[in-house]
Design a protein around this ligand. Structure first.
Ligand code: ATP
Length: 337
């Protein structure tokens, strides 16, 4: 057996997995492989690290049936897995997804389902520092708050019992390309990556290179670090807000009562926590995730005179002031009040 050369990239990944506790020794890992350079690089690196960690590795590929070469792409991933001697799962979409978002949702569903059905506790994807920088820029320009700016994370729950892990978030795309080349891995080029009508491709091909050329050669790393810092900030703020919300709820509200919030508890909190606690409250009770406006409407009630009320939120509920309390009244109960 020929041993693969141990490169600085192997060392970086090995260290990152240990320090961030992304995987444990002996884990069963499902590698999501599109056939592109990032996921091929990840899969090869994890194969190389496997003897040190004793993982049980497998490969999953999702065929969205979007491109004429989608079947050939899936066959390529299957052959690669077979040549490596690892189990491979290929899932083909019954209906071609209507949008990128639909394709992504389907893909994550499929990856979670394969992992659960076959006992894999981790799904690993090849997202890189470059993806992280692009996602941050995209969300920033679309007006996202800090929560959207934290963008991709190292690890999150994919479905109960299965974590989605992104071990290459500190590796740039140019490095994954170099690695594939140095190992003679054939990269399956995705022709849709050239289509500049997709905003992500525009960012990747025009905007980030311009930022690097004219503002900061390290723009990718700078943006990715910002995302990393925001991640920790947002985690902290969200948990402090959850604590505030907990204190602002009535001690033991009967389930059939209007949801209520205690204004004096909220009034003395910092604005950042007020907004987050109110958003968490609305997210529990409204049919869709609240954006900026509903939270601001509710915020205005913190210091408003008694009996003030908002206009209806999505779904028709309104919030109103009743002394020290704000109550959320849904349309069905409103007529009775
Ligand atoms: N068809 C696929 N089959 C299996 N895994 C895939 C497929 N497409 C993407 N992936 C996984 O997702 C990672 C990110 O891919 P890509 O950047 O194309 O997706 P994205 O849609 O931009 O990201 P995200 O899914 O987080 O929004 C890849 O490195 C790979 O691990």
């Amino acid at each position: 057996m020929t041993l693969s050369p141990w490169t600085p990239l192997h060392a970086q990944l090995h260290r990152g997995i240990r320090q961030r506790q992304l995987f444990c020794r002996g884990d069963r890992l499902l590698m999501a492989v599109s056939g592109g350079q990032d996921s091929l690089c990840l899969a090869q690196l994890l194969m190389d690290l496997q003897p040190k960690w004793g993982w049980e590795l497998a490969i999953a590929h999702c065929n969205h049936r979007w491109r004429p070469d989608a079947g050939a792409n899936a066959d390529y991933v299957r052959l690669l897995a077979e040549s490596w001697g690892v189990p491979v799962f290929i899932e083909t979409a019954a209906d071609i997804p209507a949008s990128e978002a639909a394709a992504r949702a389907w893909r994550y569903d499929v990856l979670g389902a394969i992992a659960r059905a076959h006992g894999y506790s981790r799904v690993a994807t090849g997202h890189t520092m470059s993806d992280r920088a692009e996602t941050l820029l995209y969300n920033l320009v679309r007006g996202s708050g800090a929560d959207g700016l934290q963008s991709l994370t190292w690890r999150r729950e994919l479905c109960p019992g299965v974590a989605l892990v992104r071990p290459l978030l500190d590796v740039r795309r140019v490095e994954t390309a170099e690695f594939c080349q140095s190992r003679g891995l054939r990269v399956w080029e995705d022709s849709t990556n050239q289509d500049l009508r997709h905003p992500r491709n525009r960012i990747r091909q025009d905007i980030l290179p311009a930022l690097k050329a004219h503002l900061n050669p390290q723009a990718e790393a700078a943006l990715a670090h910002t995302a990393e810092l925001l991640r920790a900030d947002v985690d902290y703020l969200e948990s402090a807000a959850a604590d505030l919300l907990h204190r602002a709820l009535p001690p033991a509200a009967p389930p059939d009562e209007h949801p209520q919030l205690h204004r004096p508890t909220l009034q003395i909190a910092p604005l950042a926590l007020q907004r987050r606690a109110l958003r968490q409250f609305l997210a529990r009770h409204l049919p869709e995730a609240p954006g900026f406006e509903p939270v601001e409407k509710l915020l205005a009630l913190l210091d408003a005179p008694n009996r003030s009320q908002t206009d209806p939120f999505a779904g028709g509920a309104i919030a109103r002031v009743a002394g020290d309390w704000i109550e959320l009244v849904d349309p069905a109960n409103r007529a009775k009040q």
